[in-house]
Ligand binder design. Sequence first.
Ligand SMILES: *Cc1c(COP(=O)(O)O)cnc(C)c1O
Length: 394
Amino acid sequence: MHSSHWHPETRVIRTRYASTEAREHSVPLFLTSSFCYPDAETMRAVFADEQEAYIYSRFSNPNVDEFVQRMCALEGAEDGFATASGMSAVFASIMAFLQQGDHLLSSAAIFGSTHTLFSKYLPKWGIRCDEFDMRHPEQIEKLIRPETKMIFLETPSNPGLDIIDIKQVAEIAHAHGLLLNVDNCFATPALQQPIALGADLVVHSATKWIDGQGRVLGGIVLGKKALIHEVYLLCRTMGPSLSPFNAWMLSRSLETLHLRMQQHSANAWELARRLQSHPSVRQVRYPFLESHPQYAIARKQMTAGGGIVCFELKGGLAQGKRFLDALQMLSLTANLGDTRSIASHPASTTHAKLTEEERLAVGITPGLIRISVGLEHVDDIYADIEQALEKSEH
Ligand SMILES: *Cc1c(COP(=O)(O)O)cnc(C)c1O
């Protein structure tokens, strides 16, 4: 039973793979690499794409299908292809559409590995990439060339939380016949739906808020059926497919995504407001703080500010290190989007491969601290940060 009037929260919970003969309530785990056919003729028809059935888990699998259908329900997408990690989703979403000689335009403020992919690897295959400053979308049009095929962006960006008007960029992209590809990892479809704003493709690292508990890696590319078919054809050959186990975990996680993102956002907003008046903190960045330079855009395209808060310590790099060492409860780890609050220092970790100049251009100053705000009580999160700030001052 399925209703088109249902809200996203209902659709994601009630979209599921059909039960087996056991009529189990919870979806079982299909740990199988391939699927059987009753006879040679059926097998021939399935391989010839004349009949729909599972073939091999590199192509698809019931658990992976369930995850894809649930993500489609949330993002308002026609179809999707799930991958083993966020990076394989980013990679597939580009390689399915660009070839030697093509040109990619990307926002400068992007995830560290995505930046490495665009600046180091794509040029090896003859795909050139130029970057634009998210704070100046008017630059985009000047950078478009006859060979440009796609605009890629991340909003809010990791880690600087820069925001760009998705609808505005979609209009520019479509006026020039380009695809708009949006990494929606930081907002998740619970807070922002790029396809409704005009994006052609949405990519995710499901490793982050979608899993939400720091357990498994995963990724997905979403969009119109015809576009996703290209991604599927590439991936069934290249093989970066999501494992059924990870898909099963991620499908269960999606049932609580809205609930979790509301609470992560509420905690983060409260933390951002408290940090704003702390004497050691030079600047706090959070999409729903009025001091955020793109506050108006954030309010227009997001329903809440998300779970990431960044702040700049007055004492720079040295104080940043003392601050991390003084934390007692928050975890020091590379991941984000967990029930447990996490502190990180982008300049020495996720964005260490960028030059100092590249880092400063996207707002990663030496004293920038990124907090992925968890689901602990906000008073406890703030208390740990407050005591660490105090210790870091000396
Ligand atoms: C983590 C991340 C990725 C990469 O995802 P993995 O699952 O680690 O491969 C891509 N984009 C953003 C914004 C991320 O935060």
